[in-house]
Design a protein. Sequence first.
Length: 270
Amino acid sequence: MTKYLFQDQVVAVTGASSGIGKELALRMAGEGAWLSLGARNGEKLEEAANACLQKGGKALRVVLDVADKESCRNFIEETVKAYGKIDVLINNAGISMWAYFEEFTDLKPFEDIMQVNYFGSLYCTFYALPYLKKTKGRIVGISSLTGKTGVPTRSGYAASKHAMAGFFDTLRIELKNTGVSVTMIYPGFVSTEVRKRAFGADGKFLKESPLDETATMTVEKCVDLIMPAIAKRKREVVMTTKARIGLWLKLIAPGLVDNIALKAVSKRKK
């Protein structure tokens, strides 16, 4: 297995109790990183921390609600209190949706999605930035292809991921001469629990994924692509050739891409 540069690096991960966040933490732990794991579910967070310890890394657990500004402040402060620094901040926590805009009768899910996906990343980055500047560290945003292009049934989610992309792209420019890097990750469909916790039109979580998860990218494959991007301080990663072609086509034939997206979602919708 290729080794990167995370030995004794302090890595703070939001949404670390499952999915991409947990797998990233485990990989980092295997390289001797000092992890600070944040998530709302304390029980799952403890399981993730124990798994990281077994991999050889250090693991601090901090119950974290990224939608709450003070919770984000506490997460960063507890990390620095335990380790004295922060080298990498991975903004991974997020929630999704799966319904057409006109089907919603309450707009609260849109507010919640923006609060978690966009403001959660902003809050954690704000409080971590002074420490990251001291270490010339790395900021990572786990976004989505919907942060690059609109997708039916994902209007509020796409809006939050576009906001996240705009914020971090701007921050990258502002931090150019500080030594702090910003890496944006744009996965497609990855086999995680995020769609089970996606908002439906009734404002409740779906509990079951609307996708055939066997046809999606595995978490392990996704993290295989993320790890070297963080290590090499890449600007961004769009994960599949199909997605990269789609973004190129959007520049010259946007209507075609719209039709492809609509057809793809129509096939998957239950």
